[in-house]
Design a protein around this ligand. Sequence first.
Ligand code: NAD
Length: 262
Amino acid sequence: MTLTVKDKVCIITGAASGIGRAIATRFVEDGAKVAIADLNKDAAEQTAKELASKGPGQAIGVAMDVTNEEQVNQGVQQVVDKWGRVDVLVSNAGIQIVHRVEEFPFAEWKKMLAIHLDGAFLTSKACLPHMYKQGAGAVVMMGSVHSKEASPLKAPYVTAKHGLLGLARVIAKEGAAHGVRANVICPGFVRTPLVDKQIPEQAKTLGISEDDVIKKVMLGGTVDGEFTTVEDIAEVAHIFAGFPTNALTGQSMVASHGWFME
Ligand code: NAD
């Protein structure tokens, strides 16, 4: 059994930074053709340039706001025009906003659900027809331990990440007849700009030190007090994207240093 994304056309959203960038790096190293789709066009193009220069795969930058249906459709079409197909979608773009429920501004709640849920829906909707036509494809969604566990201050994030499990399971059931698989990756805390931003915010809201946010809130439940790394998550994405049979479809995998076990 060979597990590879070599020569596969992959669209990775939010790939100009953090986890998405690490997944793009892993896929290009394995010989994939990767579209770095991101809100930040300059960073997407810069990332693509860096990855393409190392090879052996290829990379292009694609400007895309995953909450905007027109931009999603245009971005996916741009990839199909260039490479003729879409084999893998990694729906990864995401942000974090933290407040207690009773203080959560409604506009921010809606923004969170739009990026995490509308983004996964719109990118899947745009890619699936191409995958169905080919009779093969893989959709990988970036969930979180918060797809299975709650934390204070993160109502829309936890709600949206739980929702991705449902969406992936529906795609696994609908896609099976067309050779399309769907999975969710559920990382624990990974040190990226998204997490770095939360440390002072949570310290302020919870009235504790930044060191306590890291040691107690973020890593207190792990078996070893360690952050999960972007490379750990890229490896799990590679497994789901490259797995050659339907055996794992519909499943989610938690990678969290034992913070959450099932
Ligand atoms: P990050 O901030 O490093 O990267 C997120 C990327 O998404 C950025 O490049 C940003 O420009 C892009 N983005 C934001 N809004 C977008 C939009 N509307 N359209 C297109 N691109 C957009 O964050 P990260 O930590 O790498 O997070 C990536 C994913 O992993 C997110 O879905 C996040 O919820 C999830 N996740 C992260 C952690 C963690 O601890 N870092 C844990 C579990 C899950």
